[in-house]
Design a protein around this ligand. Structure first.
Ligand code: F3S
Length: 68
């Protein structure tokens, strides 16, 4: 699973990192900077939880056969 964050859409609500601190990182200004990060299988559920809570729907989780 890969994280795709639309940095144009992210408004720094930080709920992604609050709900899924093991998955999402924030930059110094509080915006999500996990774009392109690979999520290991044991954290998929947490990744989905964090993405669901983003009020801007800025996070897309991409699942394909090439990424774990
Ligand atoms: Fe940004 Fe949404 Fe997280 S607005 S900081 S991706 S909760």
């Amino acid at each position: 699973m890969k994280i795709v964050v639309d940095r144009q859409v992210c408004a720094g609500h930080a709920l992604c990192a609050a709900k899924a601190p093991d998955v999402y990182r924030l930059d110094d200004e509080g915006y999500c900077c996990s774009d392109g990060a690979i999520v290991p299988p044991q954290l998929h559920e947490q990744a989905r939880l964090g993405a669901r809570h983003c009020p801007e729907a800025a996070i897309l989780l991409v699942v394909d056969e090439d990424t774990p």
